[in-house]
Write a protein that binds this ligand. Structure first.
Ligand code: DGY
Length: 419
């Protein structure tokens, strides 16, 4: 095993290598632009050795905000033919200040800004004064356009960040990707196709992008016409946590908090609508058919992060931690649709371990939190800074030299963080 100090050094090198000046790419080749939640995690990593650079990351991210408040999931700052689908496929010209995709991603940024602020309030005050109004507009966009009974919906699997999770299998099957046309994937030229979504999934991803483009990314039209509208535990718990943190940050920055506190109450009610009594767990729910997905995923275990954990979820967590060696697999290892190597259908993701572990320690479940953290530490120490990992063997999967894995090492998993 490599010495932790050497790992800290390596993690910093990865962030520096992926740094494009005022934003950070997830990894070169596979993901050559600024991704929304990847970028927020990059800030968490930079904050351990260059707090100023960490704030710059969040300012760049939020500067890509559209007039309607949405903050896109990809900002295409410079052309790169190695990626598909690029800006010409998304068709979002004129909708935002930077060429971008037309969907968002889990809003971890406000919570990370709040962490940065608490590291050095003096240095952070001007930053939060500038960023809080943007966070408020982004969160309001979710509340206005994406909530159903208070739970937050995604309009594309990519929006959830968990692209091919079994949560979307039902609504994806309801899509007939007619007319999608020929296209050529680039992801499978960078990574083993067995670790990536299938062609079946990809046809539907592109079909949904074409639909959004046809509707000019108009949220009211998408709400009416998009067959894919799924209430998602990732979005719901992360936005709930982000609103709790934003309320504190807004107060610190001299803003009113009543509207944000109202969102917290709405989202708490909404998160409870994701409780699937049949499986005794938080689950995704297709808002077109009303059907639950029947999925216990790593997003289900974000419940403590959102402040709504319970004993049933704790029992599930103990069970999956027994089954896997390296933290929380992206899907229940006992589930029929589990696949240990395929992206969000089984592998472990260090960022999800981090959010889950953070929620557990905030809820006072310290022993469980320590267990998830120790598993993540061992995972990275033994297997490096991959995008994701096999949950049983730890074998690295997807892209290598990955920004968010390096960032959560520095910000949460490194032994240095416990001193
Ligand atoms: C991809 O291209 O695989 C991304 O996950 C989309 O955000």
């Amino acid at each position: 095993m490599i010495h932790p100090d050497a790992l800290d050094t390596r993690a910093r090198e990865i962030l520096r290598r992926n740094d494009r000046g005022c934003y950070t790419i997830p990894t070169s080749g596979l993901y050559p632009y600024q991704w929304n939640w990847d970028s927020a995690f990059a800030a968490l990593g930079f904050a351990e050795f260059d707090l100023k650079r960490a704030w710059t990351e969040l300012h760049t991210l939020m500067a890509g905000q559209w007039d309607n408040g949405m903050v896109p999931h990809i900002q295409f700052h410079e052309a790169n033919p190695g990626y598909f689908p690029g800006p010409e496929v998304w068709g979002c010209e004129g909708l935002g200040p930077v060429a971008s995709s037309g969907i968002s991603q889990p809003p971890v940024a406000a919570s990370i800004a709040w962490k940065l602020f608490r590291k050095d309030p003096e240095a952070g005050r001007d930053h939060i004064r500038a960023l809080v109004p943007r966070f408020i507009r982004w969160h309001r966009w979710f509340m206005d356009w994406r909530t159903e009974n208070g739970a937050v919906c995604v309009t594309h699997p990519w929006e959830s960040g968990r692209d091919n999770a079994p949560d979307w299998d039902g609504p994806m099957a309801a899509i007939d990707p007619v007319g999608v046309g020929a296209y050529s994937r680039r992801d499978t030229t960078h990574v083993d196709p067995h670790m990536r979504p299938t062609k079946y999934d990809y046809d539907r991803y592109i079909w949904l992008v074409q639909l959004g483009r046809r509707l000019n990314w108009d949220e009211a039209a998408l709400q009416r016409e998009n067959p894919f509208r799924v209430a998602d535990p990732t979005m719901t718990f992360i936005l709930l946590r982000a609103c709790r943190d934003l309320a504190e940050m807004a107060a610190e920055a001299g803003h009113g908090t009543a509207e944000i506190e109202g969102w917290v109450r709405t989202l708490e009610t909404g998160a409870r609508t994701l409780w699937n009594a049949r499986i005794g767990a938080y689950d995704a729910r297709d808002m077109r058919s009303g059907a639950f997905a029947g999925s216990i995923s790593n997003a289900s275990f974000l419940c403590w992060y959102g402040g709504l954990g319970n004993a049933r979820m704790e029992a599930h967590l103990r069970r999956v931690l027994e089954a896997a060696r390296f933290g929380v697999p992206s899907f229940d290892p006992e589930g029929a649709r589990f696949d240990a190597n395929r992206y969000w259908r089984g592998p472990v993701w260090a960022i999800m371990n981090t959010l889950i572990g953070t929620g557990l320690s905030d809820a006072g479940l310290d022993a469980l939190a320590d267990r998830v953290r120790a598993a993540t530490r061992a995972l990275i120490a033994q297997n490096g800074f991959a995008e994701y990992f096999n949950p049983f063997t730890g074998a690295p999967a997807g892209g290598g030299a990955f920004t968010w894995t390096a960032a959560v090492w520095l910000g949460w998993a490194s032994p240095g963080k416990e001193e």
